[in-house]
Write a protein that binds this ligand. Sequence first.
Ligand code: GLN
Length: 239
Amino acid sequence: MSGSIDILHLYPRDMNIYGDLGNILVLKRRLEWHGYDVNVIGYNPGDAFPVHADIIVGGGGQDSGQDIVAGDLHAIGPRLQKLAAGGTPMLMICGLYQLLGKFFKTQDGHVIKGIGLLDIQTYAGPERLIGNTIVESPEFGQIIGYENHSGQTFLGEGMTPLGSVVRGAGNNGQDGLEGARYHNVIGSYLHGSLLPKNPAIADFLIEQAVTRKYGEFTPTVIDDAFALEARKIAAKRPR
Ligand code: GLN
């Protein structure tokens, strides 16, 4: 083994839908293929925040799940801010992507405050934005996933999107943008789960984590035939 990587999984109990757990499984398995031991730490509200985390991953959830975790998220917010500023790679999907931003105003009109790590604001729209989605990203090429959200997210000035929507709604169904990028943080609406069909994103998170910890990363060549096949099939699915 070349070393060991700690993956922090935020709120697996309340924020984990549409297959988001698959992101953890992919990171773990690819890290093992690349020659690393992996320690997955599940963190739920009230738990002791781990002393160390190399990659931080969070998923989506119902508005009610977001209400449950919001208080705890504010408590750990400064630590997440510091880790993000220091370059810790993070992948935050849908519900936690929204709460990494400034706020999410829900359908029933209450505001769930976020931690403002990303300069984004989210307002529930009149209809849910649901379906298979394709995004073109300058960093990762074509990203393929599935979205299901009422929230419409708008990026603040200077905030970089993850990519442009080729098919689907993305952040808000209006400006053609999807997700957000900041330091090594990736925020996205895409479930599916995202990483099994997008190994380039998984390896980006892994490369950042390993390089930060060990100074260099020498990837193994992984046979991604199944991932490529899954991408092809998913890309052909109706919206
Ligand atoms: N509850 C949020 C919304 O509907 C997030 C949904 C999700 O995480 N899939 O916008």
